[in-house]
Design a protein. Sequence first.
Length: 174
Amino acid sequence: MTVGGRVLGRDGVSVPNAQVSLSKMFGGIQYPLSGGVTDRTGGFTLTTVAMPMTLAVQASGRTTPAWTTIDLDVRGDRTDLVATIDRGNTVTGTLRDASGRALADTDFGASPSDAQVSCLSCNARTDAAGHFALTLPSATIRFQTWGQPNQPALVSIEYPVNRDMTLDPVLKAP
């Protein structure tokens, strides 16, 4: 069975990179069934079996984590679901290295400089052109990659995020 749909903010704007998961409560224990993250349009598709279950959605809100749940009785494909949350700031752009080259197909993270700020789903992957979309809390954010064999970890300067925006972060070796 397929369970899918979109995650939207209360303002109707898509929530990219939100965590979505299906689970079943049995005997007081929550059992995970399937999970993933939304795409840049807030869309998601999960595969599961027919049974009653709960869809949980989590993302960074502007100041606190945002979440919602939807109870489902899946008996066939459900691809029309809409989950609404108090979304954070949608940040889109192109991740670049110090020479200005787009970092294509690159795993990266965004970290608030204030440890008191919660950031859910703040890891993502750029597409083949280096583009990304994330939902981030209102905070000062630093973007980074993780070192790989023959590739050093890269880090950006800090960027203030307090609204929906487009950023093209430049990452350099620390």
